[in-house]
Design a binder for this molecule. Structure first.
Ligand code: SF4
Ligand code: SF4
Length: 93
């Protein structure tokens, strides 16, 4: 399968790893990914905790994907996330 591929400055291939999901049950709302994202893809939202979450029966602020189409697949969000909330995938073409 072929994936969307860009070029590095030196002319090498670069396959963007686009954000696909955030596991809200793991997110602690620390905001590190928000600060790291260069494309304003992310924002904090209210999340009603469930029995699947560590701290259920309350509202929490967690990160969500609100501007998926502007993601450049840099992976910065995942690298700074302390809870491994992120899923990424290259884009099939
Ligand atoms: S992969 Fe890069 S551009 Fe996409 S959401 Fe993460 S930090 Fe933002
Ligand atoms: S870095 Fe991870 S834990 Fe922190 S707000 Fe972002 S997704 Fe949530």
């Amino acid at each position: 399968m072929a994936f969307m591929t860009g070029k590095t400055r030196a002319g090498g291939d670069w396959v963007p790893d686009f954000v696909t999901a955030i596991n809200k049950a793991l997110c602690i709302g620390c905001g590190r990914c928000f600060k790291a994202c260069p494309r304003d893809v992310l924002t904090l939202v209210e999340h009603q905790m469930t029995e699947d979450d560590e701290d259920c029966d309350s509202l929490a602020m967690v990160m969500d994907i609100v501007n998926e189409g502007d993601c450049i697949g840099c992976g910065s969000c995942s690298r700074v996330c302390p809870k491994n909330c992120y899923s990424h995938a290259p884009l099939p073409v």
